[in-house]
Write a protein that binds this ligand. Structure first.
Ligand code: ATP
Ligand code: ZN
Length: 293
């Protein structure tokens, strides 16, 4: 029988997020056994656990059918002109979000990309960095590093760096300041753009439809409250990304109704406080576990 083979990072940020997503899509894996392969017990899906940098190649060469990888790695492989050029993004996965940024020592002479002309830049993403600067007419020397890029300026290896940033704490700790965003990245599901096996695509489409539901529900909340009838319109207007809410009678009350809504955007404390100020009471925000839109 046909089985779909997906390449997933063996350990690291993409591994945790990727396995978590696949499990939420209903895939069940037996514990342990093999370090390189894992087979789902309840769907025709196998995982191949590898280094994330190898994933575009695994998919482009046909060793795997689909792969979960950061856009940063996909783009680097594509710009480096390897086989990955023939890959496409099948689904954006909404986790492992990070930004590739140019940064230099704070208070130093580099504050914009023009200042990088003729300077050395340390990065794990040489192709992306080079292409970005060239497109803007800046010619710099790219120094390829595969770890601890943030120490390069202090060691005089480079004048600036181009590195992944999520919170910015690492830059801060190394006295660096970011001055330019090169790429916004998140985890994506990739596949060859052409010549795919239709039977495998069918398995993949079931999985991706579930994944879309999981991704959407992670950001979506179910909100319930009692609302005074005369403030109903004002209260509805406060609900973030809600489609037509349900309004229900409360037994024995004609001044207050029950209001239920699915909010497709994050619900902040500020929103709840604003609802309360409009007279809403007994406000509940509930997570949504699964969703088929
Ligand atoms: P390996 O190459 O051994 O598989 P790695 O060191 O490349 O591991 P991680 O550090 O887990 O692996 O990063 C994997 C991906 O996670 C990155 O390519 C990027 O897409 C994403 N990511 C999200 N936030 C960050 C961050 N703050 N720093 C680095 N990567 C991040
Ligand atoms: Zn890697």
């Amino acid at each position: 029988m046909t089985r779909l083979r997906i390449a997933v990072q063996s350990k690291g940020r993409l591994s945790e997020g990727g396995m978590d997503l696949l499990k939420r899509c209903g895939l069940r894996f037996a514990y342990g056994r093999d370090k390189l392969h894992q087979s789902a017990e309840n769907m025709p899906v196998d995982l191949m656990l590898v280094r994330d940098d190898d994933i575009p190649n695994f998919v482009a060469s046909g060793a795997c059918d689909y792969g979960i990888v950061g856009e940063n790695v996909l783009k680097e492989e594509q710009l480096a002109g390897r086989r990955a050029k023939e890959l496409e993004v099948a689904l954006r996965l909404g986790f492992a979000t990070c930004t590739l940024k140019l940064a230099a020592p704070k208070g130093g002479e580099i504050t914009s990309i023009q200042d990088l002309a003729g300077k050395a830049i340390a990065t794990s993403y040489p192709a992306i960095t080079d292409a970005y600067l060239r497109e803007r007419g800046v010619v710099s020397e790219i120094v390829e590093m595969h770890g601890s890029v943030e120490v390069a300026p202090r060691l005089n290896i480079a004048a600036a760096i181009c590195d992944l940033v999520s919170s910015g704490a690492t830059l801060e700790a190394n006295g660096l300041g970011a001055f330019e965003t090169v790429l916004n990245s998140e985890a994506v599901m990739i596949r060859p753009a052409q010549n795919r096996d239709p039977a495998k695509d069918e398995i993949a489409s079931i999985l991706m439809r579930r994944a879309q539901g999981v991704i959407a529900s992670a950001q979506t909340k179910y909100i319930m409250m009692n609302a005074p009838v005369d403030r109903l319109e004002a209260i509805k207007a406060l609900l973030p990304g809600a489609e037509a809410p349900t309004v229900a009678q409360i037994a024995g009350r004609d001044d207050v109704v029950a209001l239920h809504a699915v909010c497709r955007e994050r619900v902040f404390w500020e929103t709840l406080e604003a609802l309360e100020a409009e007279g809403a009471r007994a406000i509940l925000v509930l997570p949504i576990e699964k969703m088929l839109a």
